[in-house]
Design a protein around this ligand. Structure first.
Ligand SMILES: [Mg+2]
Length: 439
């Protein structure tokens, strides 16, 4: 199955997934190599949400919108679009175009709920999710490839899960850059998948009308058309100086870059979502610092394992402490370079805890969090400067592999199995791992 073709409707089966994984592990070049940016967009989102509970309306021209005299269309099924109906069109005009139109009032509570379910599917794949609206997001899946398969396979997993769990369809564009991924999903709609391999970006872009480029609104389009530039290819073959004179330096360089497929923008996770954390509420309040430290170690391990599973690393480690009276404090420290190593997360969490000097304060909850996440592939270069750290990272990756085979918990840092009484300076990772037992 060629993934440079638009795939519509049909989804890859488990067998296909197995075959593609086998092909990639055999070293065969895949079209989606390097295409780690996904743009996922729900099809006719509001209308699709409504049709979940109204299957009898499937296949009919349906729109969602305000039905008053000044109402506008907020979503239209593809059946309705065939009549020339589109979003933002006045309701009266839509009804003239299609007298049999089914008009449903909007239910934003429902759309918000379905959106949360869809975004949760994305965040299961990678924490590097940049939502653009309720029904649309960029994902960077570079860190998920080893775990889940090549980008096109991940894209099919997302399409299948959104369909099975949320009862709606979506389209995915797969490319090396954000704007090409977005153009690919636009091209493949509805219920489709399109991979644009890096060596086919120029052939994909150049025939497109200039209005398709990110940042080209009506005004810019007018200027470009006046210069005789109709396609993206026309822009590509115009001297940058000419573009700069007509549009100013920022827009001129921006369009020249896009026309050659250059888009350095990364997937940006909104502030407040760039973190992986775990916390534990104790069954009864705890005042023993040794028990607290052991809990911080356990949480650090969970956090680091999740960072590694998702292919990310983070620079800021924070702890949260809630006292018996529910007052809560957090403390954080930023490291020299991003980490996904439990030993380092724990060492920092423990320093932060010890610095609080809590003596025997009664705690009801502790938490560990790592923030400022980046793709782990960007972190190792820095980690390599620090040999011992690399050693720990490899050791913990070996534990990940064993855990994948035998179940997490089959290998435990020595500190946790040895119980209290071990040397405090040994951060709990010094012992030999307990031999894995198949379960
Ligand atoms: Mg959409």
């Amino acid at each position: 199955m060629s993934r440079s073709q638009i795939t519509r409707g049909a989804r890859l089966t488990q067998d296909d997934v197995g075959r593609s994984t086998a092909a990639s592990s055999a070293g065969a070049a895949r079209e989606d190599d390097g295409c780690t940016i996904l743009h996922v967009d729900m099809d006719a989102f509001y209308a699709s949400c409504e049709l979940r509970s109204r299957p009898e309306l499937r296949g009919l021209p349906v729109i969602v919108g305000g039905d008053g005299s000044r109402g506008v269309v907020t979503a239209a099924t593809y059946e309705a679009r065939r009549y020339g109906i589109h979003s933002a069109m006045p309701m009266s005009r839509a009804k003239r175009l299609c007298p049999d139109l089914v008009v449903l009032p909007p239910d934003f509570g429902l759309y918000t709920e379905v959106s949360a379910g869809v975004m949760a599917v994305f965040r299961d794949i990678t924490p590097l999710v940049e939502p653009l609206s309720l029904d649309e997001a960029f994902l960077d899946v570079a860190g998920a490839v080893r775990r889940l398969g090549p980008p096109a396979v991940i894209a099919e997993q997302i399409r299948a899960r959104v369909h099975d769990e949320q009862g709606i369809t979506c389209t995915v564009g797969v490319a090396a850059t954000k704007f090409v991924a977005k153009l690919a999903s636009t091209r493949a709609k509805p219920d489709g998948l399109l991979v644009v391999p890096p060596d086919r970006v120029i052939a994909f872009l150049h025939p497109l009308p200039v209005s398709q480029l990110w940042g080209v609104g009506e005004k810019t389009e007018e200027v470009l058309l006046r210069l005789g530039l109709r396609t993206v290819g026309d822009i590509a073959h115009t001297p940058v100086d000419t573009l700069v004179r007509a549009l100013g330096p920022a827009a001129g360089h921006h369009l020249a870059d896009l026309a050659w497929g250059r888009d350095p923008r990364r997937v940006e996770v909104p502030e407040g979502e760039k973190s992986v954390g775990h916390e534990e509420t104790f069954p009864r309040d705890i005042d023993d610092p040794e028990v607290i430290r052991r809990e911080l170690l356990r949480l650090s391990e969970k956090v680091a394992a999740r960072l590694r599973a998702q292919g990310v690393a983070g620079r800021t480690v924070s702890i949260k402490v809630r006292f018996a009276d529910f007052s809560t404090i957090t403390r954080s420290r930023t490291l020299r370079s991003p980490t996904d190593v439990a030993r380092e997360v724990y060492a920092t969490a423990r320093e932060l805890y010890d610095a609080l000097g809590l003596q025997r304060a009664r705690l009801r909850l502790v938490g560990v969090r790592v923030e400022g996440l980046v793709d782990a592939d960007e972190a190792p270069r820095q980690l390599l400067l620090d040999e011992p750290e690399v050693g720990w990272r490899e050791a913990e990756q070996a534990v990940d592999r064993a855990a994948a085979r035998f179940g997490r918990g089959s290998i435990t840092p020595a500190r946790l199995v040895a119980g209290p009484g071990r040397d405090d300076d040994d951060h709990g990772f010094g012992g030999q791992p307990v031999a894995p037992r198949p379960r």
